[in-house]
Write a protein that binds this ligand. Structure first.
Ligand SMILES: [Zn+2]
Length: 152
């Protein structure tokens, strides 16, 4: 037979005091004697004192903590803004005939169709593509390898 703990007013008072002083449930159990940590926790809950250790969701104080930056945090890439392909004065676009090294070689349209052309905008850095298309071209899952920021 287990003997039921008797929460006399005295003991409850003691429990309240110890709890508000910041003792843990097991420390209080030891201090009171004859109770388990679980019994203390149960009593604390029934007395409505539990708020000390874990504030209720609604009124949890906002701690001035620096945001924790996890290495696993996935930062979505900035959206690729594709600009309109280069248009020549006569309204045509860069084609196999007019494309050159200083034009983005991103293919636009169906290569077998007449209207097939290239982006033709100024390439970015050493890439054969303009900025938007370079990002599209080099977008594959390799991104995680790019850990540090390149200066300059
Ligand atoms: Zn382009």
């Amino acid at each position: 037979m287990t003997q039921l703990m008797n929460w006399t007013d005295d003991r409850v008072e003691q429990l309240k005091n110890l709890w508000t002083e910041g003792l843990s449930a097991s420390q209080i159990a030891r201090a009171l004697g004859g109770v388990t940590r679980n019994a203390v926790i149960g009593k604390v809950h029934r007395l409505g004192l539990a708020g000390r250790a874990s504030p209720s969701r609604s009124e949890r104080p906002r701690l001035p903590m620096a945001p924790k930056v996890s290495m696993r945090t996935h930062v979505p890439p900035a959206p690729i803004v594709e600009e309109d392909p280069l248009t020549f004065d006569d309204g045509s676009h860069a084609t196999v005939l007019t494309i050159n090294d200083r034009m983005c070689r991103w293919p636009i349209g169906d290569p077998s169709a007449d209207e097939f052309h290239f982006c033709g905008r100024s390439p970015k850095g050493g890439s054969p593509y303009c900025e938007a298309h370079a990002r599209k071209a080099y977008q594959p899952q390799q991104q995680r390898r790019d850990k540090g920021r390149m200066a300059g």
